[in-house]
Design a protein around this ligand. Structure first.
Ligand code: NAP
Length: 294
């Protein structure tokens, strides 16, 4: 006999949200939000929404008509969605990408970005000893790296070294994020030589590339240049313990995995749509790890 509890909690006044992407099967967000909906006993549903590229505008415009309170936006639409929104928040403008949509009572759609706050909240949660006083190194210059750099800048980190394979992308990131801000962002090539000569006195190192993810090669930088108090964070979470985190742990450094960023970034959207600020707990982490597909 299947559980009927979720059917019985859907009353017709059910609060609706979902995640828009293409493809969408890889997304862990329905499990995260589904866990919280069940935990807090909310009459709500959060659905995976596979939207093909030629129908993105129609799908966004249809959210208020269908009574959706909002949605998350994932790969490949975090930037593509911008022209279809009524307004975006300052942080979304700073990052240049949106991952959360909120449908207002007036049916206007606001786009925001919770990745930066999610990264920071997870960092503070997993490494409470980390402080903003020392320089940080971010490896990568894609969308996730922009969110990480924005989070560190807004938290007051004085200097950020951005190492990227395509150094021009790191330069673009530095140019656009640095406007109106006091942090110094230094774009650098992702080479062993450049790493060894610049990565000194770091309080934090973050991998924000896809390197280390299942099916990808790993990020192989010499961690011996890092001091004993450097925190090493990875935003990749499949596997949870990436080769980078493994090497850092063997050196005795504090490590921060990427699953917490995914969980923490989801909180603000859930609160907007369903009216409860949910908690990131060890039970939630265990649930996601036990039920993920890879
Ligand atoms: P993206 O915009 O496509 O950027 C990819 C980045 O990885 C670029 O800097 C790229 O360098 C670099 N890269 C890719 N392959 C490389 C290689 N073989 N060697 C060196 N550098 C390489 O992707 P994204 O959206 O920023 O996502 C990056 C990673 O973060 C993904 O694994 C994603 O799953 C993860 N992520 C995690 C969370 C979370 O909540 N934990 C949130 C968002 C993203 P080039 O510029 O040289 O191409």
């Amino acid at each position: 006999m299947p559980s009927l509890s979720s059917i019985l909690t859907h009353t017709g006044r059910t609060a609706l949200a979902g995640v828009i992407g293409w493809p969408i099967a890889h997304s862990q967000s329905p499990k995260v939000h589904g866990y919280w909906l069940a935990l807090y006993g909310i009459d709500g549903a959060y659905l995976p929404l596979a939207v093909s590229p030629d129908r993105l505008g129609e799908a966004i415009a249809g959210l208020p008509a269908l009574g959706f309170r909002g949605a998350n936006v994932t790969i490949p639409y975090k930037e593509a969605v911008l022209p279809f929104l009524d307004q975006i928040t300052d942080v979304a403008r700073q990052i240049g990408a949106v991952n959360t949509l909120i449908v207002g009572e007036d049916e206007r759609i606001t786009g925001t970005n919770t990745d930066a706050q999610g990264f920071l909240d997870n960092l503070r949660h997993q490494a409470p000893e980390w402080t903003t006083g020392c320089p940080a190194a971010v490896v990568g210059a894609g969308g996730a790296a922009r969110a990480v750099c924005a989070a560190l800048m807004n938290a007051g980190v004085p200097e950020i070294l951005v190492f990227n394979r395509t150094v021009e992308k790191a330069e673009d990131l530095a140019d656009s994020l640095q406007i109106h801000h006091t942090s110094n962002i230094h774009p650098l090539p992702l080479t062993e030589k450049s790493w060894k000569s610049h990565a000194k006195d770091l309080g934090l190192m973050v991998n924000a590339t896809a390197l280390g993810m299942c099916g990808h090669s790993s990020l192989s930088l010499d961690l011996d240049v890092l001091g004993p108090k450097t925190v090493v964070a990875d935003i990749v979470y499949t596997p949870l313990k990436t080769p980078l985190l493994d090497a850092a742990a063997r050196r005795g450094l504090k490590t921060v995995d990427g699953l917490g960023m995914l969980l923490h970034q989801a909180r603000a959207g859930f609160a907007q749509w369903f009216g409860v600020m949910p908690e990131v707990t060890p039970d939630l982490r265990d649930f996601i790890l036990a039920n993920r597909d890879v």
